[in-house]
Write a protein that binds this ligand. Structure first.
Ligand SMILES: *Cc1c(COP(=O)(O)O)cnc(C)c1O
Length: 384
Protein backbone atom coordinates (compact mmCIF):
# COMPACT_ATOMS: atom_id res chain seq x y z
CA UNK A 1 0.00 0.00 0.00
CA UNK A 2 1.28 3.43 -0.89
CA UNK A 3 1.33 6.23 1.66
CA UNK A 4 -1.80 8.34 1.17
CA UNK A 5 -1.22 11.53 -0.81
CA UNK A 6 -1.88 15.08 0.32
CA UNK A 7 -5.41 15.30 -1.10
CA UNK A 8 -6.36 11.93 0.40
CA UNK A 9 -5.13 13.03 3.82
CA UNK A 10 -7.19 16.23 3.54
CA UNK A 11 -10.33 14.11 3.08
CA UNK A 12 -9.69 11.15 5.39
CA UNK A 13 -6.94 11.73 7.99
CA UNK A 14 -8.28 11.89 11.54
CA UNK A 15 -11.80 10.86 10.53
CA UNK A 16 -13.80 7.80 11.58
CA UNK A 17 -17.42 8.06 10.36
CA UNK A 18 -18.36 4.93 12.36
CA UNK A 19 -17.95 7.06 15.49
CA UNK A 20 -20.61 9.51 14.29
CA UNK A 21 -23.38 7.42 12.66
CA UNK A 22 -21.64 7.29 9.29
CA UNK A 23 -21.98 11.01 8.66
CA UNK A 24 -19.50 11.99 5.92
CA UNK A 25 -19.09 15.38 7.57
CA UNK A 26 -18.04 15.08 11.21
CA UNK A 27 -20.42 16.78 13.64
CA UNK A 28 -19.67 19.98 15.51
CA UNK A 29 -19.42 18.97 19.15
CA UNK A 30 -20.58 22.40 20.26
CA UNK A 31 -20.43 21.51 23.94
CA UNK A 32 -18.37 23.04 26.75
CA UNK A 33 -18.30 19.83 28.81
CA UNK A 34 -18.74 16.08 28.51
CA UNK A 35 -20.36 13.97 31.22
CA UNK A 36 -19.24 10.53 32.37
CA UNK A 37 -21.60 7.52 32.71
CA UNK A 38 -20.28 6.80 36.23
CA UNK A 39 -17.84 8.07 38.83
CA UNK A 40 -15.14 5.52 37.99
CA UNK A 41 -15.04 6.73 34.37
CA UNK A 42 -14.98 10.31 35.63
CA UNK A 43 -12.04 9.71 37.96
CA UNK A 44 -10.05 7.96 35.21
CA UNK A 45 -11.13 10.26 32.39
CA UNK A 46 -7.64 11.55 31.62
CA UNK A 47 -6.26 8.02 31.01
CA UNK A 48 -9.29 7.05 28.92
CA UNK A 49 -9.05 10.03 26.57
CA UNK A 50 -9.82 10.02 23.60
CA UNK A 51 -12.62 7.54 24.38
CA UNK A 52 -13.71 9.81 27.21
CA UNK A 53 -13.83 13.59 26.93
CA UNK A 54 -13.96 16.06 29.75
CA UNK A 55 -13.95 19.79 29.01
CA UNK A 56 -13.57 21.66 25.73
CA UNK A 57 -10.78 23.95 26.96
CA UNK A 58 -8.74 20.74 27.35
CA UNK A 59 -9.94 18.77 24.30
CA UNK A 60 -12.90 18.60 21.94
CA UNK A 61 -13.71 15.79 19.47
CA UNK A 62 -14.29 18.11 16.47
CA UNK A 63 -11.05 19.98 17.13
CA UNK A 64 -9.24 16.66 17.61
CA UNK A 65 -10.22 15.52 14.10
CA UNK A 66 -8.89 18.78 12.72
CA UNK A 67 -5.65 18.53 14.70
CA UNK A 68 -5.02 14.97 13.50
CA UNK A 69 -5.60 16.07 9.91
CA UNK A 70 -3.26 19.06 10.13
CA UNK A 71 -0.56 16.95 11.82
CA UNK A 72 -0.82 14.46 8.93
CA UNK A 73 -0.48 17.07 6.17
CA UNK A 74 2.37 18.83 8.03
CA UNK A 75 4.23 15.50 8.50
CA UNK A 76 4.19 16.01 12.28
CA UNK A 77 3.19 13.67 15.13
CA UNK A 78 0.69 16.10 16.60
CA UNK A 79 -0.87 19.54 16.28
CA UNK A 80 -2.75 21.91 18.59
CA UNK A 81 -5.16 24.55 17.35
CA UNK A 82 -5.56 28.00 18.84
CA UNK A 83 -8.03 30.87 18.73
CA UNK A 84 -5.80 32.77 16.27
CA UNK A 85 -2.46 32.64 14.52
CA UNK A 86 -1.09 35.08 17.05
CA UNK A 87 -2.19 32.84 19.93
CA UNK A 88 -0.30 29.99 18.23
CA UNK A 89 2.82 32.14 17.76
CA UNK A 90 2.68 33.26 21.41
CA UNK A 91 2.14 29.68 22.64
CA UNK A 92 5.09 28.33 20.64
CA UNK A 93 7.39 31.07 21.93
CA UNK A 94 6.24 30.81 25.57
CA UNK A 95 6.72 27.03 25.42
CA UNK A 96 10.43 27.59 24.69
CA UNK A 97 11.53 30.49 26.89
CA UNK A 98 11.77 31.58 30.51
CA UNK A 99 13.32 34.56 32.30
CA UNK A 100 16.90 35.14 31.16
CA UNK A 101 16.53 33.33 27.84
CA UNK A 102 17.31 34.64 24.38
CA UNK A 103 15.62 34.24 20.99
CA UNK A 104 16.99 34.78 17.47
CA UNK A 105 14.30 35.82 15.00
CA UNK A 106 14.08 36.97 11.42
CA UNK A 107 13.67 40.76 11.24
CA UNK A 108 10.96 40.53 8.58
CA UNK A 109 8.62 38.37 10.71
CA UNK A 110 4.95 39.26 10.92
CA UNK A 111 4.54 42.55 12.85
CA UNK A 112 2.70 41.24 15.92
CA UNK A 113 5.21 38.34 16.20
CA UNK A 114 7.94 40.97 16.35
CA UNK A 115 5.95 42.91 18.97
CA UNK A 116 5.54 39.81 21.18
CA UNK A 117 9.27 39.14 21.02
CA UNK A 118 10.61 42.67 21.31
CA UNK A 119 8.13 44.49 23.56
CA UNK A 120 5.98 42.03 25.44
CA UNK A 121 8.58 39.41 26.37
CA UNK A 122 11.09 42.07 27.43
CA UNK A 123 8.88 42.46 30.54
CA UNK A 124 9.77 38.88 31.43
CA UNK A 125 13.53 39.25 30.83
CA UNK A 126 13.44 37.44 27.52
CA UNK A 127 15.56 39.16 24.87
CA UNK A 128 15.55 38.77 21.09
CA UNK A 129 18.12 39.48 18.39
CA UNK A 130 16.57 40.17 14.99
CA UNK A 131 18.63 39.16 11.94
CA UNK A 132 18.08 39.44 8.17
CA UNK A 133 18.28 35.65 7.97
CA UNK A 134 19.17 35.38 4.30
CA UNK A 135 22.62 34.02 5.33
CA UNK A 136 23.06 31.13 7.76
CA UNK A 137 25.88 33.13 9.34
CA UNK A 138 23.31 35.73 10.45
CA UNK A 139 22.03 33.10 12.89
CA UNK A 140 25.44 31.70 13.85
CA UNK A 141 26.62 35.18 14.84
CA UNK A 142 23.49 36.01 16.84
CA UNK A 143 23.36 32.82 18.92
CA UNK A 144 24.27 33.26 22.60
CA UNK A 145 24.81 30.65 25.34
CA UNK A 146 21.24 31.39 26.57
CA UNK A 147 19.57 31.14 23.12
CA UNK A 148 16.61 28.74 23.40
CA UNK A 149 14.67 29.44 20.22
CA UNK A 150 15.24 30.40 16.59
CA UNK A 151 12.07 31.84 15.08
CA UNK A 152 11.75 31.71 11.27
CA UNK A 153 9.19 32.87 8.74
CA UNK A 154 10.03 31.62 5.26
CA UNK A 155 9.00 33.26 3.05
CA UNK A 156 8.26 36.30 5.20
CA UNK A 157 5.04 38.06 4.30
CA UNK A 158 5.99 41.59 3.18
CA UNK A 159 9.21 41.30 1.19
CA UNK A 160 9.18 37.49 0.91
CA UNK A 161 12.67 36.71 2.14
CA UNK A 162 13.59 33.07 2.61
CA UNK A 163 15.80 31.30 5.12
CA UNK A 164 17.82 28.20 4.27
CA UNK A 165 15.71 25.99 6.51
CA UNK A 166 17.90 22.86 6.43
CA UNK A 167 21.06 24.82 7.20
CA UNK A 168 19.48 26.77 10.06
CA UNK A 169 17.95 23.69 11.72
CA UNK A 170 21.29 21.85 11.45
CA UNK A 171 22.98 24.75 13.23
CA UNK A 172 20.26 24.83 15.89
CA UNK A 173 20.38 21.08 16.53
CA UNK A 174 24.14 21.19 17.21
CA UNK A 175 23.41 23.67 19.97
CA UNK A 176 20.15 22.17 21.31
CA UNK A 177 18.11 25.20 20.23
CA UNK A 178 14.46 24.73 19.28
CA UNK A 179 13.41 26.03 15.86
CA UNK A 180 9.95 27.37 15.01
CA UNK A 181 8.75 28.41 11.57
CA UNK A 182 5.66 30.37 10.55
CA UNK A 183 4.53 28.41 7.47
CA UNK A 184 1.38 30.42 6.75
CA UNK A 185 2.53 31.66 3.33
CA UNK A 186 3.26 28.23 1.83
CA UNK A 187 0.63 26.20 3.65
CA UNK A 188 1.53 22.51 4.06
CA UNK A 189 0.71 22.02 0.38
CA UNK A 190 3.86 23.81 -0.75
CA UNK A 191 6.25 23.33 2.19
CA UNK A 192 6.70 20.90 5.10
CA UNK A 193 9.24 22.48 7.46
CA UNK A 194 9.25 19.42 9.76
CA UNK A 195 10.84 17.38 6.95
CA UNK A 196 13.70 19.90 7.01
CA UNK A 197 14.27 19.65 10.76
CA UNK A 198 11.96 22.39 12.11
CA UNK A 199 10.61 21.51 15.57
CA UNK A 200 7.50 23.70 15.71
CA UNK A 201 5.49 24.48 12.57
CA UNK A 202 3.12 27.41 13.04
CA UNK A 203 0.17 28.59 10.96
CA UNK A 204 -2.16 31.47 10.91
CA UNK A 205 -4.99 29.15 9.80
CA UNK A 206 -7.01 32.30 9.19
CA UNK A 207 -5.14 32.37 5.88
CA UNK A 208 -4.91 29.35 3.54
CA UNK A 209 -5.92 26.53 5.91
CA UNK A 210 -9.31 28.14 6.49
CA UNK A 211 -9.24 29.69 3.06
CA UNK A 212 -12.70 31.31 3.06
CA UNK A 213 -12.15 34.44 5.18
CA UNK A 214 -14.77 33.30 7.66
CA UNK A 215 -12.69 32.14 10.63
CA UNK A 216 -9.71 33.16 12.77
CA UNK A 217 -7.46 30.33 13.94
CA UNK A 218 -3.89 29.19 14.55
CA UNK A 219 -1.91 25.95 14.71
CA UNK A 220 1.30 24.67 16.26
CA UNK A 221 2.45 21.28 14.94
CA UNK A 222 5.47 19.19 15.91
CA UNK A 223 6.69 16.19 17.89
CA UNK A 224 4.19 14.81 20.41
CA UNK A 225 6.37 15.77 23.39
CA UNK A 226 6.36 19.43 22.32
CA UNK A 227 2.71 19.54 21.31
CA UNK A 228 1.45 17.76 24.45
CA UNK A 229 3.34 20.24 26.63
CA UNK A 230 2.01 23.17 24.60
CA UNK A 231 -1.54 21.77 24.73
CA UNK A 232 -1.59 21.36 28.50
CA UNK A 233 0.23 24.59 29.39
CA UNK A 234 -0.06 27.38 26.81
CA UNK A 235 -3.18 25.79 25.28
CA UNK A 236 -5.26 24.69 28.24
CA UNK A 237 -3.90 26.97 30.99
CA UNK A 238 -3.73 30.19 29.00
CA UNK A 239 -6.96 29.09 27.36
CA UNK A 240 -6.89 30.54 23.86
CA UNK A 241 -8.55 27.45 22.36
CA UNK A 242 -10.19 27.14 18.98
CA UNK A 243 -13.98 27.13 19.15
CA UNK A 244 -15.47 23.83 17.85
CA UNK A 245 -17.49 25.66 15.21
CA UNK A 246 -14.36 27.34 13.84
CA UNK A 247 -12.66 23.91 13.88
CA UNK A 248 -15.53 22.52 11.81
CA UNK A 249 -15.28 25.40 9.34
CA UNK A 250 -11.56 24.75 8.96
CA UNK A 251 -12.25 21.05 8.30
CA UNK A 252 -14.47 22.21 5.44
CA UNK A 253 -11.76 24.57 4.19
CA UNK A 254 -9.13 21.82 4.18
CA UNK A 255 -11.20 19.67 1.79
CA UNK A 256 -10.16 21.99 -1.05
CA UNK A 257 -6.75 23.17 0.17
CA UNK A 258 -4.83 21.45 -2.63
CA UNK A 259 -7.17 22.73 -5.35
CA UNK A 260 -7.14 26.24 -3.97
CA UNK A 261 -3.35 26.38 -3.64
CA UNK A 262 -2.88 25.25 -7.25
CA UNK A 263 -5.17 28.03 -8.48
CA UNK A 264 -3.63 30.66 -6.17
CA UNK A 265 -0.25 29.65 -7.61
CA UNK A 266 -1.21 29.80 -11.28
CA UNK A 267 -3.13 33.07 -10.88
CA UNK A 268 -0.31 34.62 -8.84
CA UNK A 269 2.37 33.58 -11.35
CA UNK A 270 0.39 35.20 -14.16
CA UNK A 271 -0.07 38.38 -12.11
CA UNK A 272 3.60 38.48 -11.03
CA UNK A 273 4.79 38.10 -14.64
CA UNK A 274 2.38 40.80 -15.78
CA UNK A 275 3.53 43.21 -13.07
CA UNK A 276 7.21 42.49 -13.69
CA UNK A 277 7.00 43.60 -17.33
CA UNK A 278 4.78 46.64 -16.59
CA UNK A 279 6.60 49.96 -17.23
CA UNK A 280 5.26 51.54 -14.00
CA UNK A 281 6.47 48.69 -11.78
CA UNK A 282 10.09 48.81 -10.64
CA UNK A 283 10.20 45.57 -8.71
CA UNK A 284 8.06 42.56 -7.84
CA UNK A 285 8.71 40.62 -4.64
CA UNK A 286 7.52 37.09 -5.35
CA UNK A 287 9.50 33.88 -4.70
CA UNK A 288 7.92 32.24 -7.77
CA UNK A 289 9.74 34.59 -10.16
CA UNK A 290 13.24 33.66 -11.36
CA UNK A 291 14.19 37.30 -10.61
CA UNK A 292 13.68 36.66 -6.87
CA UNK A 293 17.17 36.72 -5.30
CA UNK A 294 16.50 33.40 -3.54
CA UNK A 295 14.61 31.67 -6.35
CA UNK A 296 16.96 28.65 -6.36
CA UNK A 297 16.74 28.20 -2.58
CA UNK A 298 12.97 28.39 -2.88
CA UNK A 299 12.97 25.60 -5.43
CA UNK A 300 14.99 23.41 -3.06
CA UNK A 301 12.65 23.81 -0.10
CA UNK A 302 9.20 24.67 -1.48
CA UNK A 303 7.04 22.68 -3.91
CA UNK A 304 5.36 25.82 -5.18
CA UNK A 305 4.38 29.39 -4.39
CA UNK A 306 1.17 30.92 -3.08
CA UNK A 307 -0.92 34.01 -3.82
CA UNK A 308 0.67 36.78 -1.75
CA UNK A 309 3.25 39.17 -3.23
CA UNK A 310 4.26 42.82 -3.23
CA UNK A 311 5.52 45.27 -5.82
CA UNK A 312 7.15 48.67 -5.94
CA UNK A 313 5.92 51.47 -8.18
CA UNK A 314 8.52 53.50 -10.05
CA UNK A 315 9.06 56.99 -8.54
CA UNK A 316 5.71 56.77 -6.79
CA UNK A 317 4.43 58.79 -3.88
CA UNK A 318 1.93 57.51 -1.38
CA UNK A 319 -0.81 59.35 -3.29
CA UNK A 320 0.20 57.69 -6.56
CA UNK A 321 -0.21 54.27 -4.96
CA UNK A 322 -3.54 55.25 -3.40
CA UNK A 323 -4.78 56.36 -6.83
CA UNK A 324 -3.77 53.06 -8.45
CA UNK A 325 -5.28 50.88 -5.72
CA UNK A 326 -8.49 52.92 -5.54
CA UNK A 327 -9.09 52.16 -9.22
CA UNK A 328 -9.05 48.40 -8.61
CA UNK A 329 -12.37 46.68 -8.94
CA UNK A 330 -11.79 43.06 -7.90
CA UNK A 331 -8.80 43.59 -5.58
CA UNK A 332 -10.46 45.08 -2.48
CA UNK A 333 -8.47 47.18 0.00
CA UNK A 334 -7.89 45.16 3.14
CA UNK A 335 -5.59 43.29 5.51
CA UNK A 336 -5.19 39.55 5.85
CA UNK A 337 -4.99 37.15 2.87
CA UNK A 338 -5.28 33.46 2.08
CA UNK A 339 -9.00 33.53 1.33
CA UNK A 340 -10.78 33.18 -2.01
CA UNK A 341 -10.70 36.92 -2.65
CA UNK A 342 -8.10 39.23 -4.12
CA UNK A 343 -6.86 42.01 -1.85
CA UNK A 344 -4.54 45.00 -2.02
CA UNK A 345 -2.81 47.24 0.52
CA UNK A 346 -0.60 50.31 0.09
CA UNK A 347 2.90 49.58 1.44
CA UNK A 348 5.93 51.72 2.17
CA UNK A 349 8.97 49.56 1.67
CA UNK A 350 11.51 50.06 4.40
CA UNK A 351 13.71 47.22 3.30
CA UNK A 352 17.09 47.82 1.72
CA UNK A 353 18.16 47.97 -1.05
CA UNK A 354 15.01 49.96 -1.80
CA UNK A 355 15.35 53.73 -1.47
CA UNK A 356 13.97 55.05 1.85
CA UNK A 357 10.71 56.45 0.42
CA UNK A 358 9.64 53.66 -1.84
CA UNK A 359 5.92 53.07 -2.24
CA UNK A 360 4.08 50.10 -3.62
CA UNK A 361 1.46 47.54 -2.74
CA UNK A 362 1.01 44.13 -1.23
CA UNK A 363 -1.54 42.09 -3.09
CA UNK A 364 -3.20 38.77 -2.49
CA UNK A 365 -4.16 37.01 -5.71
CA UNK A 366 -7.44 35.21 -5.14
CA UNK A 367 -9.39 32.60 -7.03
CA UNK A 368 -11.16 34.87 -9.53
CA UNK A 369 -10.76 34.34 -13.29
CA UNK A 370 -7.17 35.30 -14.01
CA UNK A 371 -8.00 37.39 -17.10
CA UNK A 372 -10.27 39.56 -14.96
CA UNK A 373 -7.52 40.12 -12.42
CA UNK A 374 -4.97 41.02 -15.11
CA UNK A 375 -7.39 43.45 -16.73
CA UNK A 376 -8.18 44.97 -13.35
CA UNK A 377 -4.48 45.62 -12.66
CA UNK A 378 -3.89 46.86 -16.18
CA UNK A 379 -6.68 49.45 -15.84
CA UNK A 380 -5.54 50.52 -12.39
CA UNK A 381 -1.95 51.00 -13.55
CA UNK A 382 -2.90 53.05 -16.63
CA UNK A 383 -1.26 56.49 -16.45
CA UNK A 384 -3.51 59.27 -15.18
C1 LIG B 1 -1.96 36.78 9.84
C2 LIG B 1 -0.64 36.24 10.26
C3 LIG B 1 -0.38 35.83 11.57
C4 LIG B 1 -1.37 36.02 12.69
O1 LIG B 1 -2.49 35.26 12.51
P1 LIG B 1 -3.95 35.66 13.06
O2 LIG B 1 -4.75 34.48 12.71
O3 LIG B 1 -4.33 36.93 12.39
O4 LIG B 1 -3.80 35.86 14.54
C5 LIG B 1 0.83 35.24 11.85
N1 LIG B 1 1.77 35.09 10.89
C6 LIG B 1 1.57 35.50 9.63
C7 LIG B 1 2.65 35.31 8.62
C8 LIG B 1 0.37 36.09 9.26
O5 LIG B 1 0.18 36.52 8.02
Amino acid sequence: MREPGFETLCQHAGEDPTRYLGAVVPPIYQASLFTSPDCDTFVHRAERYPQVYDYTRVANPTTDILQAKIAAIEHCEAARCFASGDAAVAAAILHCVGAGDHVVAVDTVYGPTKAILSNYLARFQVSTTFVPGTEVDDFARAIQPNTRLIFLESPSTMVFRLQDIRAVTALAKERNIVTALDNSWCSPYFQNPADMGVDLVIHSATKYLGGHSDLVAGVVAGARTHVDAIASREGSLLGSILDPFAAWLMLRGLRTLALRMERHQSNALAVARFLEQHPRVSRVHYPGLPSHPQYELGRRQMRGTSGLMSFELKDATREDVFRVLDRLRYFRIGVSWGGFESLALPVRFPAPPSPPECWGARIHVGLETVEDLLEDLDNALAED
